[in-house]
Design a protein around this ligand. Sequence first.
Ligand SMILES: Cc1cc2nc3c(=O)[nH]c(=O)nc-3n(C[C@H](O)[C@H](O)[C@H](O)COP(=O)(O)OP(=O)(O)OC[C@H]3O[C@@H](n4cnc5c(N)ncnc54)[C@H](O)[C@@H]3O)c2cc1C
Length: 346
Amino acid sequence: MRVAVVGAGIVGACTAWALARRGVACTLYERRQPMGETSRASSKLLHGGLRYLETGQFRLVGKALHARSDWLELAPHLCHRLEMLLPMYREKGRSQLTIAAGIRIYDVLAMGSGFPRARMLNPADVLALQPGLSAGGLVGAWAFFDAQMDDYALGNWVVDQFCDLGGELVTDHEVRDLAELDGYDRIVNATGPWAMQLRETVPGKPSHHLDWVRGSHIVLDRPCPAAMLLEVPGSSRIFFVLPHQGRTLVGTTEVRQTGPNNPGPSENEIRYLLDAHNFYLAPAATHYDVVEVFSGVRPLLRSADNPSEATREWAFERTAKVLHIYGGKWTTAKLQGDDAAQRILQ
Ligand SMILES: Cc1cc2nc3c(=O)[nH]c(=O)nc-3n(C[C@H](O)[C@H](O)[C@H](O)COP(=O)(O)OP(=O)(O)OC[C@H]3O[C@@H](n4cnc5c(N)ncnc54)[C@H](O)[C@@H]3O)c2cc1C
């Protein structure tokens, strides 16, 4: 059997790698270079996604919590455990009870993954770890573990694994119509945000729709002593402040778009992230501290009016010999690729 996979983001790369591990002759087509789009614009977390518990995505969170350990085992040189602080303030944001319940469920779902359990820190401990954090009303923080990766390098490592098994990578090759690949026995449409566009080149109504939700980050020219998950002031949204190559990564936003192309971060998004950061952390950061900005477009399965509540699960659709992949997350991409390979071979 000869299979063509279109799209060398993390989902296409993991699918091609899974096929190559099963002895299938596979070609991976990429219109530019591997990991050039959404997969290199992530928050660089291999995480269960604590906030997805609020929308009842227990199954996904459980899978992702265990998937973190798989990545750590496979490529320990490109990812590592990361302790995250979740500070709590008196009469602000979610109740301490809600947060404690979420943390405990996270711990239970992570059981067997080899990650330590969360622990509670008092304000003095929190400020020792993150001295710039606003102390007024601080009642403590939960410290829990997730993992951090170099998304670009780890994604390219997956592509290398695929090539080492004899897989063929074709870059700078845009597949404009799936009919171009008729010579293959099976085809996988793994083009992430562009999956609907390529789906349109085969007949029939698509079974799923994507929501294109841009997320932006800023990098501040200052070290970040502790990774944190914080609530955006005046909203229930969560944002991250993370150590990143000796600097501070702040993200992310959720801006719904009408199409898959990435226009880059808007001025409003940069301001939003600076304001959120400055609400909690001193000294305040300005535009002069921003050394890098980047954004990516999430290919989310259309499932909720509020993009924060949209599922991060994935779905498949089969049209003749093509398998279309919709949605997913970086952390669970290897599971998604294994799932896709199994379906292709059925
Ligand atoms: C701001 C942000 C933060 C995130 N943070 C995290 C996180 O911390 N942890 C996590 O687990 N997930 C995170 N995610 C989600 C995760 O990054 C995405 O789910 C994942 O990267 C999507 O990968 P993909 O392969 O589907 O898409 P992409 O990475 O976009 O790959 C699609 C590829 O297909 C190629 N392509 C498109 N059309 C064609 C064509 N016609 N012919 C050939 N090639 C084509 C594109 O060039 C591209 O390389 C985040 C997402 C965003 C936007």
